[in-house]
Design a protein around this ligand. Structure first.
Ligand SMILES: Nc1ncnc2c1ncn2[C@@H]1O[C@H](COP(=O)(O)OP(=O)(O)OC[C@H]2O[C@@H]([n+]3cccc(C(=O)O)c3)[C@H](O)[C@@H]2O)[C@@H](O)[C@H]1O
Ligand SMILES: Nc1ncnc2c1ncn2[C@@H]1O[C@H](COP(=O)(O)OP(=O)(O)OP(=O)(O)O)[C@@H](O)[C@H]1O
Ligand SMILES: [Mg+2]
Length: 245
């Protein structure tokens, strides 16, 4: 594990040097992926790394966990509360849709969640410009393969250091790095709504996705879900296409 960590830390330093930036930042949610990234960027840039907490309809103990993550790696931190910004922006958009008679209530939950992810992205890039830092993403191999992220939201980042690690490997790395136990052992959640868990929403588990990615045999039902998610989200892993010349 030490070797794996050292390799990613050296890679982060190399990427930062090539980009000519002073350091790196990450959004810290209180979940395990951002906890691992916060620890890694703190190691790569001990004096120039930042963990950003962005409350916005946060659920349960997310914020408390985010603060514990910040303390566990001793990274500099900043809190930007997006609740009011999101309320005003989403409220205005919904009002316009309703006036236009084109509001679709079935789409509200996901539109709301994706706007929150994109407001976080805009916040991180504003801070990155101010600090001359890169924005570091938290997607792991399972999320990347299934496209389980918001396009230009949490997927809108400069570097994805965990992209080759399964969720299980992220968990092992978190233990090695000293991420707080309660963060390691809670259910992964995108915080879409109270009680939401990634595994309920996807209809399969990270364990199944990890096994699939390692080439192991898994039940057909899970394989079909994973393959459908992968195909449906191919556009998220590519640059926006244009017509041929
Ligand atoms: N074929 C195609 N070619 C080009 N673009 C295409 C497209 N199909 C859709 N699109 C575009 O993509 C949009 C849909 O993609 P997107 O906006 O990402 O939205 P979508 O994939 O519908 O939703 C995001 C998913 O990621 C999950 N998520 C988000 C954030 C964090 C986490 C987490 O793990 O913490 C998880 C969330 O729970 C949800 O299931 C469409 O509105 C459309 O604009
Ligand atoms: N309230 C928040 N404040 C700061 N960053 C956030 C917040 N919510 C989400 N993010 C960012 O969005 C990323 C995507 O969320 P995601 O849920 O996939 O990761 P996680 O919370 O770190 O881990 P897990 O998947 O186990 O919940 C987070 O890693 C984090 O960088
Ligand atoms: Mg989460």
């Amino acid at each position: 594990m030490k070797q794996k960590v050292d390799r990613i830390v050296a890679w982060l330093q190399e990427q930062g040097e090539n980009a000519g930036v002073k350091g790196m930042l990450v959004g810290v949610s209180g979940g395990i992926d951002s906890a691992v990234v916060a620890h890694l960027i703190k190691k790569a840039y001990p004096d120039h790394s930042l963990g950003v907490i962005m409350p916005c309809k946060s659920h349960g103990s997310d914020q408390e966990h985010a603060k514990k993550v910040i303390s566990s790696c001793e990274i500099d931190s900043l809190t930007v509360d997006l609740t009011e910004t999101h309320n005003v922006m989403f409220g205005n958009i919904l009002d316009q849709l309703k006036t236009d008679n084109s509001y679709d209530p079935d789409q509200e939950k996901i539109a709301d969640a994706n706007l929150r992810a994109r407001l976080r992205m805009s916040t991180l890039y504003t801070l990155a410009t101010n600090h001359q830092y890169l924005v570091v993403g938290t997607d792991n191999a399972a999320e990347w393969h299934t496209g389980y992220f918001t396009k230009f939201g949490d997927g809108g980042v400069d570097l994805v250091p965990l992209v080759n690690l399964t969720k299980g490997e992220v968990r092992e790395m978190a233990e090695y790095l000293g991420v707080p136990d309660e963060v390691i052992h809670k259910q992964p959640s995108a915080g879409l709504w109270e009680g939401q868990t990634d595994e309920n929403e996807m209809g399969t588990s990270y364990d199944m996705i990890d096994r699939y990615l390692k080439g192991e045999t898994i039940p057909d039902k899970d394989k079909e879900i994973i393959q459908a998610m992968h195909n449906r989200t191919a556009h998220k892993r590519e640059m926006a296409p244009g017509p041929p010349k």
